[in-house]
Write a protein that binds this ligand. Structure first.
Ligand code: C2E
Ligand code: MG
Ligand code: MG
Ligand code: MG
Length: 287
């Protein structure tokens, strides 16, 4: 394999490979037992309505508390889970956790909190996926409208047929669907028409410096207008500053998510965060 590469590429590639191997093996070996060992934990990040400041929902983001390597980012272990064929089990485990949490929050907080769950691209054409999702929801008696499934843009477009079918099924069941990281893939805007998403999440690279970057401002405005024309709700991810939020309000974006509001937090801390903000009917999340 390496013989095909030029000498330079080979030399660049080698050290990275040899240095990554033990860590990779540690991840692969540990991941199978991680869920049972209680090392996986679902964190939650709030989403807020731009106009009213009310909570619109939470995004579930998984963390791996590794006994040796510490808190690991999904950016590191999700690809490993995909590689070793474990991602379907992991995503189902996350959905189970989210459903249990949803039931608890409705009890404790007194109102239902909608949760968005990320779905790996590897699962887009998995047989009976919508039925499995429906079964989990039914088992926990969670209303399908309380769940949103997020699919990353680049993933959706490479498996277009499977994605279109899946989205149709999820809509039939009553589950919301979001196109994640919008703007980072290769899709033409008009291509969105083919896909029956209910929400469009604008990637954080477009949000950064929105207040002083005229190019990003023009792009986000165009994305929001186009999404609304197609009947999609818009969520801006990675909102970190007041200035970015102000600009998003001006642009007409519906929902924001980002460190400005809160980092992703463990379930118990999110519960405390939401309790301290009062009910969404009487209080606002942001000031
Ligand atoms: P994503 O779905 O696009 O999630 C948003 C990411 O942005 C999260 O990274 C979140 O922590 C981060 N983020 C939120 N607010 C801010 C901000 O203000 N500034 C910055 N710089 N970043 C912010 P995280 O948690 O590391 O997750 C990375 C990706 O891993 C996610 O991207 C998602 O695609 C994937 N992922 C996470 N949990 C799961 C899971 O349970 N299953 C699957 N299949 N994928 C997951
Ligand atoms: Mg997401
Ligand atoms: Mg993503
Ligand atoms: Mg994203």
């Amino acid at each position: 394999y390496a013989a095909k590469e030029s000498r330079n590429e080979y030399r660049l590639y080698m050290p990275k490979w040899t240095e990554k191997l033990p860590r990779q093996m540690m991840l692969e070996n540990g991941l199978r037992a991680a869920a049972e060992a209680g090392e996986l934990e679902v964190y939650y990040q709030p989403q807020m309505d731009c106009r009213t400041g009310r909570l619109t929902g939470l995004e579930a983001l998984t963390r791996w508390n590794h006994p040796v390597m510490g808190l690991l980012s999904p950016q590191e272990f999700i690809p490993v889970a995909e590689e070793i064929g474990m991602i379907a089990d992991m995503d189902e485990w996350v959905l189970e956790k989210v459903c249990m949490q949803h039931v608890r929050w409705e009890e404790v907080l007194g109102y239902p909190v909608k949760v968005a769950v990320n779905l790996s691209a590897r699962q887009l054409n998995r047989p009976h996926l919508p039925e499995r999702i429906q079964q989990i929801l039914q088992r926990h008696e969670v209303d399908p409208s309380q769940l949103e499934i997020e699919i990353t843009e680049s993933a959706g477009l490479t498996k277009a047929e499977a994605t279109i079918r899946l989205l149709k099924e999820l809509r039939r069941i009553g589950v919301g669907t979001a196109i994640d990281d919008f703007g980072t893939g290769h899709s033409a805007l008009a291509y969105l028409k083919k896909f029956d998403f209910s929400v469009l999440k604008i990637d954080k690279t477009f949000i950064r410096g929105l207040d002083h970057d005229p190019v990003n401002r023009a792009l986000v405005q165009a994305i929001v207008d186009m999404a609304h024309a197609l009947g999609l709700r818009t969520v801006a991810e990675g909102v970190e500053t007041e200035a970015e939020l102000a600009r998003l309000k001006q642009i007409g974006c519906d929902t924001v998510q980002g460190y400005l509001l809160s980092r992703p937090l463990p379930a118990r801390e999110i519960e405390a965060f939401l309790t301290s903000k009062g009910t969404p009917q009487y209080s606002t999340l942001h000031k």
